[in-house]
Design a protein around this ligand. Structure first.
Ligand code: PHE
Length: 488
């Protein structure tokens, strides 16, 4: 309707000067007219220019007075024409706010004598406020002083009105042409394609979202980390066993059997199968001996090492269990230097909070070669972390049962403006490496970190439960951006 009215009007008129007036003259909603103008303008049937006007609209209080009269007049009319009325009685006859405002305005206008008794001072009053409000409601223009006084009494507020002036556009026609959007088989058979007018391509239109699989942020960061390790010449270790024996998870790492991490408060032990089926017996004997009485220059822990403890199955608590198995296999062959990495899941019996889950992912790297030093470890850590975009590192002496020396790794976070702990590292102890059968001058430097921590920093997630687990919002996975490590 609005479209016919606009195009029809322009057939005989130069211009629609004001869409608001046009709408009311044609009995149309201004909103509908505006929508049609936008659409016709898009197809260049018309040219449209913005018009903005400050207009005034009544507040709720203003609307009330426009209907019922101003408080001052209501008050005036409640006073008897002759004689007087007590203030208390007058108050009872009126609304409390009408009484209060009425008293003050009628007093200002010198219409009434206010005392204990109230009486009229003039015979007749006019409700100018009500008249002005009605005129504003009708869209009439009123004087500046009147506007200011109504505004001061909060009976009107300014509103910007937006509309258009409209003229014919380059594609003007009195009716919108139907344009073809598709060339069909029928068009070709009938031959009417020659006459058809086709809709122009809109190269700015957004296409429908491509439906495809989506990678979780952890997987994206994991892939980037894998690429970094591969660029540095590291090989990936097989991490496909979540269930591990205590032997490979702890004992082979020279972690004593009474260590608190081996308690069920920290580690998930398996109920079934509760124990491992086989361990390399010769090697088990060597591990038992180094725990009990040392060797290789060590005094050991000097306790009774129990096979039953080593047999217990658990969910691996760190991927260092994987590294240990790999090193054991490596030591069986003629020595060759190696660089290994792994990124996979580990499990700890932790109470869950904003930064801890009972399962998370560990990233681990190790270098095995003759004569490596702590300097090599610091060097490889600087190389690795600067590829992640963290080039400012600091190290703090730490303790692990299986490394000596051990260092916690801190990085300066430019966003958080502080040093944050990003990982743990060290040189595997001779008590771990020599029973495996490595030559004496072979050293292994290694480090580990969680995958969740850098991912949370990269994606600005501050609660780990929003990243991993059953509370994760699926749209996080659909909409998360590409991951590029090392470009900040
Ligand atoms: N396994 C350690 C941890 O779970 C990380 C680590 C790996 C430390 C290798 C030193 C060497 O925190």
């Amino acid at each position: 309707m609005a479209e016919d009215a606009i195009l029809g009007y322009l057939a005989t008129h130069e211009e629609i000067p004001d869409s608001g007036q046009f709408a009311s003259q044609h009995g149309l909603q201004h909103n509908d007219v505006v929508n049609v103008i936008k659409s016709l303008h898009g197809f260049r049937y018309i040219d449209a220019q913005d018009i903005k006007r400050e207009s005034w609209v009544l507040t709720d209080e203003g609307k009330k007075y426009a209907a019922e009269g101003s408080p001052e007049v209501q008050l005036f009319l409640a006073i008897p024409p002759e004689g007087s009325i007590s203030k208390d009685e007058l108050q009872k006859k009126l609304d409390p706010s009408v009484f209060k405002i009425g008293c003050s305005q009628a007093g200002k206008n010198k219409w009434v004598d206010m005392g204990k008794q109230v009486s009229r001072k003039v015979q007749h009053v006019e409700d100018k406020v009500k008249d002005l409000l009605i005129r504003i409601q009708d869209g009439q223009v009123i004087g500046k002083d009147d506007i200011n006084s109504l505004k001061a009494r909060k009976l009107i507020v300014a509103q910007t009105w937006k509309g258009y002036s409209v003229r014919k556009g380059p594609n003007y026609a009195p009716r919108r042409k139907k344009v073809a959007t598709d060339l069909t088989r029928e068009n070709l058979q009938r031959g009417d394609w020659k006459e058809l007018e086709f809709k122009e391509y809109n190269f700015n239109a957004k296409g429908p979202p491509a439906e495809a699989g989506h990678l979780h942020p952890l997987l994206k960061v994991k892939q980037q980390l894998k690429n970094i390790f591969l660029q540095m010449g590291f090989e990936e270790m097989p991490t496909n066993n979540f269930v591990e024996s205590s032997f490979w998870n702890f004992d082979a790492l020279f972690q004593p059997q009474q260590h608190p991490a081996r308690d069920s408060h920290d580690t998930f032990f398996m109920e079934a199968p509760s124990t491992t089926r086989e361990l390399p017996e010769d090697y088990v004997q060597l591990v038992k001996r180094v725990h009990e009485s040392g060797g290789y220059g060590s005094r050991g822990y000097m306790y009774d090492w129990k096979r039953e403890e080593a047999n217990k199955n658990l969910l691996r608590t760190h991927t260092t269990a994987v590294s240990t198995r790999m090193l054991y296999a490596l030591a069986k062959q003629p020595f060759a230097p190696k660089r290994y990495f792994s990124i996979d899941r580990v499990f700890r019996n932790e109470s869950v909070d904003r930064t801890h889950l009972a399962e998370f992912h560990q990233i681990e790297g190790l270098v095995c070669d003759r004569g490596l030093t702590l300097g090599d470890l610091i060097g490889v850590l600087n190389d690795f972390f600067s590829r992640l975009g963290m080039s400012k590192l600091r190290f703090k002496p730490a303790y692990n049962p299986y490394t000596e020396p051990s260092m916690e790794i801190f990085s300066y976070h430019e966003g958080l403006k502080k040093w944050v702990e990003i990982g743990n590292s060290g040189m595997f102890r001779p008590e771990m490496l020599l029973p495996m059968g490595f030559p004496e001058d072979v050293r292994v430097i290694a480090w580990g970190l969680s995958l969740e921590r850098p991912t949370m920093i990269l994606y600005g997630v501050d609660n780990i439960r929003d990243l991993f687990g059953h509370k994760v919002d699926l749209s996080l996975i659909k909409r998360n951006p590409i991951c590029r490590l090392g470009i900040n």
